[in-house]
Design a protein around this ligand. Structure first.
Ligand code: 5GP
Ligand code: ZN
Length: 139
């Protein structure tokens, strides 16, 4: 994957502000700094998105996240943190190397927000049961 920007950072072909590295995982500052300390965590090997991640890949990435989140919170005196992962363009993915965003939060009015619409009124216990069964049949 020669053209992948995150592979290039991982291979040290281009500079990245790396805050953590081990055999499998790299964490570096997101260039956009949506909020102060905005960090990306990636598997070193090129995996496009969650649909191609193995359980082992995911274990490597997520096992380091509590330590990183705690360090970011402490460093910047953040009040909270959003942990976000976008998969496929429709979900906002723009770099197609799996990554988890750590976005420290400082106030309800800072530069990041999450918008959940509550559609609970559209569902009944029976329709939710049908959904549940459909999903289970694909596990
Ligand atoms: P996505 O939209 O795919 O979830 O997130 C991609 C992220 O990668 C964006 O937040 C963007 O700012 C970041 N990004 C894109 N190019 C670079 C780069 O060259 N270096 C760094 N550090 N971050 C990048
Ligand atoms: Zn890559």
């Amino acid at each position: 994957m020669q053209k992948c920007i995150f592979c290039k950072i991982s291979n040290k072909e281009i500079p990245g502000h790396i805050i953590f590295e081990n055999e499998h995982v790299l964490a570096f500052l997101d260039i956009s700094q949506t909020t102060l300390g905005h960090t990306l965590v990636i598997p070193k090997k090129h995996v496009e998105d969650v649909f191609s991640m193995t359980e082992e890949d995911m274990t490597h990435v997520f096992s380091i996240i509590p330590k990183l989140a705690t360090a970011l919170k402490k460093t910047f005196h953040a009040d909270g943190m959003n942990i976000v992962n976008n998969n496929k363009p429709v979900a906002g993915q723009t770099v197609f190397h799996y990554h988890v965003h750590l976005i420290p939060r400082y106030s309800f009015e800072d530069s990041f927000n999450v918008h959940y619409v509550n559609n609970a009124a559209l569902y009944t216990p029976d329709s939710l049961s049908e959904l549940k069964e459909e999903i289970i049949s694909n596990l």
